[in-house]
Design a binder for this molecule. Structure first.
Ligand code: GLU
Length: 446
């Protein structure tokens, strides 16, 4: 395999699919050497097959808003690769959603799901629907209209969507209600992220953030340091940032910044439990404004409009919001301010220039597909509980999640260690790829 040639062909075939091409290139560069040591991969054209989704569904979603107006959005589901199991991955509702974004997310999901060591293939979906300012009734009608189209193509042994940006517990509730009504199936893992009491798993809401902190704790330990008193800057204030802040405080660290599209809230003395609880209310309001935190807690939080979380001095930076949210310029500012560790929690949260800057500065940098895998892993645990018609306790789920994150960390070190440094990006990409490639080889040319 020659990465340059493959990328040139893909650019010609999928012009303008920026995020997708970026995600593919990052993985191919990491695996090139190992891949070329396995002529059987080349013979079976593993890479050429892996970079194209198995199929993509695109559909019209028409719904009625509170003013009685008819609105139309575009919905998608990308079923990318099923070598390891049924397609699995979230749904994103955001106005910028398009095929390129969902192909990048679906491609990343293949390797992330592989790293969990669970039987999960890779997929992703969503719609160009903007939840900002929508009423609860509008969200429900949109979710129902979305499911009218999608329900035939999902199911616990076929494809199991979950949440992502713009899709949380409430949306999963409406989507699942519509699915049940149409498919006449009950208590299944056709969707995950359900609420506890009707098929959901304890710890699933916290899982992405908890898993990320378990991973970061290992990075910190590797340098013979502890989490106690570490200053953490998080971007976003959604489900992922909420889970990460909860566990960070439990570990004795200090969350000194959270952010939103409107700016940053600096929290000098560290976020409190009360403020973490308030993050849930801020998200549920659909206002999408982090300034609300400073309005509610004027003494503890200082809001600055138009600034990012990366402008706040910290030991650990954790992007938790959107792809490419941390630029090279942001990376240089973090480095100048003495950041010691960077862990992506959003998918592809750092631009390539930012990753290069962190690696040049010899800072431990870990990629989203390893750090945030706890979310989908716990979705896998939800499917297990649904299939077995049982509920595990929070402790049982947390122990399993913690073990999965420790195993992912160990795999990243195994494949990424070079002398005294660990290339977590390379480690995660190679470890994730090997499991998928071997499964594809064993299953023949299909
Ligand atoms: N959207 C999450 C992710 O990026 C979770 C997916 C899932 O639970 O299926 O991994």
């Amino acid at each position: 395999m020659k990465v340059k040639e493959i990328m040139k062909a893909l650019e010609a075939k999928h012009p303008g699919e920026k995020e997708y091409l970026q995600a593919v290139e990052e993985v191919l560069v990491s695996i090139e050497k190992v891949y070329n040591e396995h002529p059987e991969f080349e013979k079976a054209k593993i890479v050429e097959r892996l970079v194209e989704p198995d199929r993509i569904f695109t559909f019209r979603v028409t719904w009625v808003n509170d003013k009685g107006e008819v609105c139309t959005n575009l919905g998608y589901r990308v079923q990318f690769n099923a070598a390891l199991g049924a397609y699995k991955g979230g749904l994103r509702f955001h106005p910028a959603v398009n095929v390129s974004m969902l192909k990048f997310l679906g491609f990343e999901q293949i390797f992330k799901n592989s790293l969990t060591n669970l039987p999960l293939g890779g997929g992703k979906g969503g719609a160009d629907f903007d939840p900002t300012g929508k009423s609860d009734a509008e969200i429900m009608r949109f979710c129902q209209a979305f499911m009218y189209e999608l329900w035939r193509n999902i199911g616990p042994d076929q494809d199991s969507p979950a949440g992502d940006v713009g899709v949380g517990g409430r949306e999963i509730g409406y989507l699942y209600g519509a699915y049940k009504k149409l498919a006449r199936e009950h208590s299944t893992g056709a969707l995950t992220g359900k609420s506890y009491g009707w098929g959901g798993s304890l710890i699933r809401p916290e899982a992405t953030g908890f898993g990320a902190m378990y991973y970061v704790e290992r990075m910190v330990k590797e340098k013979k340091e502890t989490m106690k008193g570490k200053k953490i800057a998080l971007s976003g204030f959604g489900n992922v940032a909420w889970g990460a802040a909860t566990k960070a405080v439990e570990m004795g660290a200090k969350v000194v910044a959270i952010s939103g599209p409107d700016g940053v809230c600096e929290i000098k003395d560290g976020i409190t439990k009360e403020m973490i609880d308030y993050m849930l209310e801020m998200r549920a309001s659909n206002r999408n404004k982090v300034e609300d935190m400073a309005t509610k807690f004027p003494k503890a939080a200082k809001f600055t409009a138009g600034k990012k979380a990366w402008s706040v001095k910290c030991d650990i930076a954790m992007p938790c919001a959107f792809q490419n949210e941390l630029s090279e310029e942001d990376a240089n500012m973090l480095i100048k301010n003495g950041v010691k560790f960077v862990a992506e929690v959003s998918n592809m949260g750092c631009q390539p220039g930012a990753i290069a800057a962190f690696q040049k500065a010899k800072l431990p940098f870990a990629p989203g597909k390893a750090v945030n895998a706890g979310g989908v892993a716990t979705s896998g645990l939800e499917i297990c509980q649904n299939a077995g018609h049982i509920n595990w306790t929070a402790e049982e789920v947390d122990v399993k999640l913690h073990k999965i994150m420790n195993d992912i960390y160990d795999m990243c070190v195994e494949y990424g260690k070079k002398g005294n440094t660990i290339d977590y990006v390379k480690g995660a990409n190679i470890a994730g790829f090997m499991r998928v490639a071997k499964a594809m080889l064993a299953q023949g040319i299909i």
